[in-house]
Design a protein around this ligand. Sequence first.
Ligand SMILES: Nc1nc2c(ncn2[C@@H]2O[C@H](COP(=O)(O)OP(=O)(O)OP(=O)(O)O)[C@@H](O)[C@H]2O)c(=O)[nH]1
Ligand SMILES: [Mg+2]
Length: 329
Amino acid sequence: MAANLTPQYLEAEAEYRRAQTAEERLACLRKMLMLVPKHKASEKLQADLKTRIREAREEVEREKKSAKKGGVSYKIPRQGAGQYIILGAPNVGKSRLLTRLTRATPEVAAYPFTTREPHAGMMDWEDVRVQLIDTPPITADFFEGYLQGMIWSADAALLMVDLGDDDGPFAAEAVLQRLVQTRTLLVGQRPDQEEPGAHYTRTLLVANKLDLPGASDRLEIVRELFGSRFAIHAISAEHGTGLEELREAIYRFLNVIRVYTKEPGKPPDLSAPFTCPAGSTVVEMAALVHRDFAEKLKSARIWGTGVFDGQTVKRDHVLHDKDIVELHI
Ligand SMILES: Nc1nc2c(ncn2[C@@H]2O[C@H](COP(=O)(O)OP(=O)(O)OP(=O)(O)O)[C@@H](O)[C@H]2O)c(=O)[nH]1
Ligand SMILES: [Mg+2]
């Protein structure tokens, strides 16, 4: 990384990733800004941190206000390789999808506005788990204010569209428009030029109820309306069609890698990988394992991609999916 981040900074960043409330995130971001080396190569990062601090401050304020008004806010601690928020118009099958991909049991019913509060579940994929959060519906006139903060702190979103209803694609467009009013933009990929003050959430579009009559015609409309903006996955949550492909896409879209650790002279622990953003270095991964490790790390041995077995590498070696790492402190 060109910005030459210090172990102290990386530790603060790892702490940020573990933070569970807006207040904790704000504290970590302030620490990161203090610790980031101040030079030309880190200017973009500094600007980015300032934006995130402003957003976190707004989120803290909003939570305080809504608590005063007797409003609700939900804190769902992030677990697993990443957190997705499931969004959509009423009755599109958000809760049904959660019951199909996780062991959670939110109420599913044939009428709109069934879900009143968020529910979380863990989705298994190979040896990792991804957190999915089912939410109340969104329409042009109905939006639970606390969702804004939840969307901003999620790693990504699933936007669901109902293929069983002629209105489905337009109801999804109304969800996107309603979110724009809260400066939340759901996007397939983050744009190169981001609008200042807007918050971008990477999103997969899930077209549901593929089993119903007329669904394939409506899928064509969905492709026309949304195909250039989002990757589209057509499924039937009720019948199970397309669910395994969706499971894999949900994991892959997080853009993380799995890294297994081993102790010297012992076999690797293949039961529970650490997950870190693709492109992470050994020292960044070490910060996730233990808060002191980033500072103390001297070298590492790696088994995996682009190295010979047990090769000794430096702190800035870039890791690959399924690498096994032995950290030497
Ligand atoms: N035919 C068919 N019905 C489905 C499918 N997925 C969900 N449903 C039905 O659609 C209805 C609504 O499903 P829910 O999961 O409650 O929808 P929701 O999006 O959570 O609805 P709200 O909580 O009101 O926003 C239920 O009757 C489900 O059984 C599907 O793939 N095919
Ligand atoms: Mg529901």
